[in-house]
Design a protein. Structure first.
Length: 89
């Protein structure tokens, strides 16, 4: 079953390769979507694909890249556009 979720990640997640690491992890899981920095210091991630793969990425987001310090991950259902790949915005 295909699903899409949007995540807002708060903590030390900008300038620590968080988006690039998220993209690598998403590609390993065959997910589409994007990861982008927000002006308030958070990172927004949209992930679409098989439910178990999206759930696996969510678990990974709570840890993040090696240099990241994740303080909070907020998740919501995403029903926006379709994606062909996983990109960094």
């Amino acid at each position: 079953m295909k699903t899409c979720r949007r995540y807002f990640i708060r903590g030390r997640v900008q300038g620590v390769c968080f988006r690039a690491s998220t993209r690598r992890q998403a590609k390993r899981l065959n997910l589409t979507g994007y990861a982008g920095n927000l002006r308030d210091g958070r990172v927004e991630v949209v992930a679409c694909g098989e439910l178990k793969a999206v759930e696996a990425l969510e678990v990974w987001l709570h840890q993040g890249s090696d240099l990241a310090e994740v303080m909070e991950v907020v998740s919501e259902v995403f029903s926006g556009q379709e994606f062909l790949d996983f990109s960094i915005g």
